[in-house]
Design a protein around this ligand. Sequence first.
Ligand SMILES: [Zn+2]
Length: 708
Amino acid sequence: MSDPKNSGKKLLVTAALPYANGHIHIGHLVEYIQTDIWVRFQRLTGRRCIFICADDTHGTAIMIRARQEGRSELELIAQMQAAHEKDFAGFGIQFDHYSSTNSDENYQLCCQIWAKLQSEGLIRQADVEQLFDPQAGTFLADRFVKGTCPVCKSPDEYGDNCSKCSATYSPSDLIDPVSTLSGATPIKKTAKHLFVQLDALRGFLTEWTQSGQHLQPEIANYLKGHFLGKPLRDWDVSRPEPYFGFAIPDSPGNYWYVWFDAPIGYIASTWQWCKLHQENLDDWWKSDQTEIHHFIGKDITYFHTLFWPGVLKSAGYSLPSFVHIHGFLTVDKEKMAKSKGTMIRASKYLELLDPSYLRYYYASKLGSRPEDIDLNLQEFIAKVDSDLVGKVVNLASRTARFVEANGLSVEYPHDGGLFAAGALAGEKIAEAYEQGDYSRAMRLIMELADAANAFVENTAPWTLKKDPGQHVRLQEVCTIVLNLFRQLCVYLTPVLPQLSAQCGKLMNREIVAWNDSQQPLVGTQISKFEHLMQRVDPKKVQQMIDESKEASKSQTLVATPATSAAAPTAPTAVSTSNPGQAPGIEPLVAEPLVAEPLAATCTIEDFAKVDLRVARVIKAEEVPEAKKLVKLTVSLGGDETRTVFAGIKAAYSLEQLQDRLVVIVANLQPRQMKFGLSEGMVTAAGAGGSEVFLLGVDSGAKPGHRVH
Ligand SMILES: [Zn+2]
């Protein structure tokens, strides 16, 4: 490889530890497939690489669920781990070791690392007043409290932030708070908590995150802009009993918060693997001959790029060489939703569809930047059919049968430079894999496939077959096409290990190395052709959606919040690892329709007259003379701005409006008002007064985007 990142050192790769509170779904799989492809690529090029993972098992959510289900936490997490491992195996995710954070090894490591943090003077103690559920006998994490937002008075909001006005607050600020566990009114109770004083490491963390070596540039900038410019908050890493987790040895009655022991689980799982393989843990976690690569979703950026490097540094472990961060999955441009049937479980997918389809589709979408990716189901069907079945598998199915009897030519025939061009492309394709730019790798591979298919069309082996005088030429053509097919299979091996194995079987030579793409096979026998891959059955795709929808109806607990309270970035779709997640109940209220009945039908042309645009509030100002109005200056991107007066003063403070995205009617005729010219309208829902809810957009949308 020419890539400078390839140092020849051995690699330790991790994917985020899935939380034991839920099943694996297609959103999680983005990361596991992404990581597995990278690992398989590294191995194929001959690098030593181990892939380590585990279930993340601790926390209030597990404790509560076990209680609700009337069984022990241990039984619950064992069952979930087995389910997770089965799903991963079904998708060909090849871990070297898969463990649990609830292990002896993890406890020992937590104790060691904790002692080190203590001796470095990084731990302080303070009293924290928290809400306590007197009926359930437990302190309440923010997500287990609901009540009325203290800012906009919206009812039924969670304890950490308001879904309507985005205000953040602590659960004790809620008006009429209620425990979601028992329905009881929580009481305030004080307990001793332990904090890591992360700011002591800010100098180091600034240097590490901003070095350009360890993070994608977008992530480094995000950390600089959001955290590192001001003192880092002390991090609360303990929870008072009762709590399902590890008891802190020097603090009776306290447990480590799940986010303390979860990343240490990476080391603990490696340790277990070391014990099974007579390896030394220090060779993997304290050696400059090993590169550590974490793959995570952007919702857990803070933990992996600030807290975790800080802990590793203080405790004398190696720092990650690179933290690879990906975006979220949307389905047909929308958040995955159980009600729409798009929150598809891995197990449901496997019942109906070939895992290779999803591996290939995700690979064709994943770039090296932390952007969201969209699963468009029509495109999914079309892409798999046209690329894999139409362009790749097709090469073998149109030629292999013609050489079952005689095998490949003993000398590689003249092919106009096709194989050599494919061999040369290997370096670029490898570079794209190495950089995590799989979509580029897939494009390059499909370009080669196009050239191979043009050759098949031009030489028409099925016509040669009919002419006994052409049997030598037929063998030559098939030798060329099958070698081009095999070259593609080598390049696709990280993504499609199953196809790679089928190719090995067909051509009686297993694909074992990236360099198998550099030399054509000659003189080998060809096995009897067996079907390689089928087209996607659109009915099965629909069945998967329908059955996922039905499954959601039959569940008693609906609507899980998008992510844990502690996650630092605004999640848009689905987090990959989300401790502390609590079930919530979404009320189904129809009253607004009664208050304001649906308008008469309009045509799409009518709607198109209204130019709705995403805009960013760049200035929010008081209008002192007006009771209800605020003056907003919004940007549509570039130099395009509008001044808009909006009647939302009772519902939003100026601070809440500053910098947020809104949807405006951008082509509304300007209107002269007493206070100035209004050049548009900000869209909002609600009855008015303090009950006004601005329309927002999911993250990723940019000022200027039109709403269709
Ligand atoms: Zn609010």
